[in-house]
Design a protein around this ligand. Sequence first.
Ligand SMILES: [Zn+2]
Length: 168
Amino acid sequence: MRDTLVLNASFEPLSTVTLNRAVVLVLQDKAVVEQAHPELRMRGAAVDIPAPRVIRLCRYVRVPFRRQAPWSRRGVLVRDRHRCAYCGRRATTVDHVVPRSRGGGDTWLNTVASCAEDNHRKADRTPEQAGMPLLRQPFEPTPADAMLLALGHDDVDALPEWLAQPAA
Ligand SMILES: [Zn+2]
């Protein structure tokens, strides 16, 4: 799913939302489109607007405690740009560096993108035990990192057919 960057009324980046959610915010007059995808429109029964890439909220909202990007499997794949942490090939799964069976958690620092083969091969072991060193260390993305990663990650095919069509 392609995400839309949400700016506060003060132009400060807040977070990302799904394209569908962004369109709803615009249609409800809660946000305005600051930047649209050049070749993508959102079309439905009563909708035909450029697909928003960046929207800005009409009213300023306070978000004092939003410091961390929430962990998700998809987020890990996007952070690691779908590259396997063990071999560098395309990754489709998320591996726990310290396996869950050994107390490893669902956290940014304990999870990496992995190809299915390496995930299976590493199994219930740490990288040291498996003799599979990490090509790079996992890191905790800032909310800004998460937004930029989401914006740079084009995935038009994931949009529902009825909503997204290329411009004529
Ligand atoms: Zn691999």
